[in-house]
Design a protein around this ligand. Structure first.
Ligand code: CO
Ligand code: ZN
Length: 328
């Protein structure tokens, strides 16, 4: 599982540019799904047939990133955000473009900076070591996207990397595809695109599949770091059954299905109420005439920073819990 997660988190794939991560996932699942297709927007839809209702499982394969908006005469790149980027996580950060070009993020008038909260993206730039505009343009074009540089490391009982949001969820779906032999549901495993810019891939794939039930797997925040907000989710205490976030109130049927699977099989779990943010579930449950939907979350610290942190045991327990949901 660690190897898989390392491979997934290190694959390039900001929203709208998911080619590389899609290839990695297709390679992992090709021998296990009965049908695999890539739809018009780039979502991977893999199916394992079963006798029951149509169940859609979703994890997003895109990650947050930066997009080049302008290249100045000296070869410095100005940029905007793709998804939720906190400016204060960027200063001194290294980023990497799809072609391997490395950049360092600098800030204007650094010596005058009094409060890190005052930093705005439009006062920052990416330095790719180019001498001038011409040299920069040989490496990067307007609209090119970059992602955080950080690799995958094991720290104590936990792992840290960029893009655990939501490659951790992708790893869970891949393992399920590999391990579930005959699901009781007609199961669609969907690796969605463009979640970070507004759950766009989930919206179109759910419309196409027209599922009877849906479960997303994504990361959620925790309340277990120094003076964190009062959130009842901790690393290592099991995957979290989402009750609510800003995009969805999870359907009681799915919520109970997940809780029951955990309790019957002695799998640790937590309950999650997230007072901000959303996931693919937000789009899926509003599809057509409505889809009973829920979400199983991987507790994660430092979400949307270069070094997100999660517990391998929570990820493995998420797989176990969902195997029981599918096979029972
Ligand atoms: Co995210
Ligand atoms: Zn996510």
């Amino acid at each position: 599982m660690k190897e898989l997660l390392k491979k997934l988190t290190e694959a390039f794939g900001p929203s709208g540019e998911e080619n590389k991560i899609r290839e990695v996932i297709l390679d992992e699942i090709k021998d296990y799904a009965e049908e695999v297709r890539v739809d018009a927007l780039g979502n991977i839809i893999a199916r394992k047939k079963g006798p029951g209702e149509k169940l859609m499982l979703a994890a997003h394969m895109d990650q947050i990133g930066l997009i080049v908006t302008n290249i100045d005469d000296k070869g410095f790149l100005r940029f905007s955000n793709i998804g939720g980027i906190l400016p204060l996580t960027l200063f001194g950060e290294r980023v990497v473009f799809e072609n391997g070009t490395i950049g360092v993020i600098g800030i204007e008038k650094m010596d005058d900076l009094k409060d890190i909260r005052d930093i705005k993206l439009n006062k920052m730039y990416i330095d790719i070591g180019a001498r001038d505009k011409e040299e920069a343009k040989k490496k990067v074009r307007i609209g090119d996207k970059a992602v955080f540089y950080e690799g995958f490391d094991v720290v104590g009982d936990f792992v840290t990397s960029k893009a655990l949001d939501d490659r951790a969820g992708c790893a869970v779906l891949i393992k399920l595809l590999q391990e579930v032999k005959s699901p009781k549901y007609d199961t669609y495993f969907v690796f969605t695109v463009q979640e970070e810019v507004g759950v766009r891939g989930a919206k179109t794939s759910a419309y196409g599949i027209d599922p009877d039930l849906a479960i997303a797997v994504d990361v959620t925040m925790t309340g277990d770091t120094p003076e964190a907000g009062k959130m009842a989710v901790e690393l290592g205490k099991g995957p979290a059954v989402k009750i609510m976030d800003r995009s969805v109130i999870c359907h009681p049927k799915i919520k109970e299905m997940l809780i029951e699977s955990a309790e019957k099989n002695n799998i640790p779990y937590q309950l999650e109420v997230l007072e901000m943010g959303g996931t693919d579930t937000g789009a899926i449950h509003l599809t057509r005439e409505g889809v009973p939907s829920g979400c199983l979350s991987i507790p994660t610290r430092y979400i949307h920073t270069p070094s997100e942190m999660a517990s391998m045991s929570d990820i493995e327990n998420a797989v176990k819990l969902l195997i029981h949901v599918l096979e029972k």
